[in-house]
Design a protein around this ligand. Structure first.
Ligand code: AMP
Length: 245
């Protein structure tokens, strides 16, 4: 009997420890999906609800391009061709970012990982310390082309609008910060076709990777109206308890 009580006590200690570790371990949400599927659009409200930062590798590169840093110059030569920036460059930049103090409770990744090598490097780095949720935004190429060709982005805060589906109040100014709106070079038709090709070849296989390795991948139909997609993204990121109002 005493031995049984001892076992039950030990089990209780282990379970309590597991629960505590889970509550306190940072939440990493990976928003996956082709260019134009709405990763950036949904990452912003998700970040507000979860109170963790939104990290877009594309935005980090564009920031470096604006500041004309060596990293920006290097990245631009790949981005303007619709190609991926080499893994080691992306990994160095991203890992430096997630070590910042604001990432202690977790973060939302938008546009990363984009290759199996990047996913493996991330797994290696966070596997033992974080909870992971991977949300895949699914959408057809034809809808993407329509969405991206009308997309305009803010030069200051990177917020995106669509000239037809989500128009800014003033066609040349951002509703949030009054920054100037522009069409990204890589959103122009000729580069976009290449980006979609690269997506299907190099990033597409990540869906199977996450299904196989961790079973944490959840699919969301991104062709639905914005509010419905956001609701699904919030639930898929495992925060269904946070009410959407
Ligand atoms: P995005 O804003 O996410 O569409 O990214 C714009 C461009 O930045 C991509 O087409 C790539 O050239 C580059 N880029 C962003 N994230 C990555 C990444 N994780 N790996 C490689 N290149 C990236």
């Amino acid at each position: 009997m005493r031995r049984l009580i001892g076992w039950i006590f030990m089990l209780g200690v282990i379970v309590a420890g597991e629960l505590r570790a889970d509550e306190t371990s940072p939440l990493v949400v990976i928003l996956m999906g082709p260019p134009g599927s709405g990763k950036g659009t949904h990452a912003l409200p998700l970040s507000e609800r979860l109170q963790i930062p939104h990290i877009s590798t594309g935005d980090l590169f564009r920031d470096n391009i604006r500041k004309e840093t060596p990293l920006g110059k290097l990245a631009k030569s790949y981005m303007n061709q619709g190609n991926l920036v080499p893994d080691e460059v992306v990994l160095g930049m991203l890992f430096a970012r997630i070590e910042q103090p604001d990432c202690k409770k977790g973060y939302i990744l938008d546009g990363f990982p984009r290759t199996i090598a990047q996913a493996k490097a991330l797994d290696e780095k966070i596997r033992k310390t974080c909870q992971l949720a991977v949300v895949n935004l699914q959408i057809s190429d034809s809808l993407l082309i329509e969405r991206i060709s009308g997309r305009v982005s803010c030069k200051s805060c990177a917020r995106c609008f669509h000239t037809k589906y989500n128009p800014p109040k003033n066609p040349s100014k951002c509703d949030s910060c009054e920054g100037t709106l522009y069409q990204r070079d890589d959103d122009k038709a000729e580069v976009l076709t290449k980006r979609l090709e690269v997506y299907h070849e190099q990033t597409g296989p990540l869906v199977a990777y996450y299904q196989k390795t961790s079973g944490v991948l959840r699919e969301v139909d991104a062709s639905q109206p914005k509010e419905i997609v956001l609701q699904a993204v919030v639930e898929a990121a495992n925060v269904g308890t946070l009410a959407l109002n």
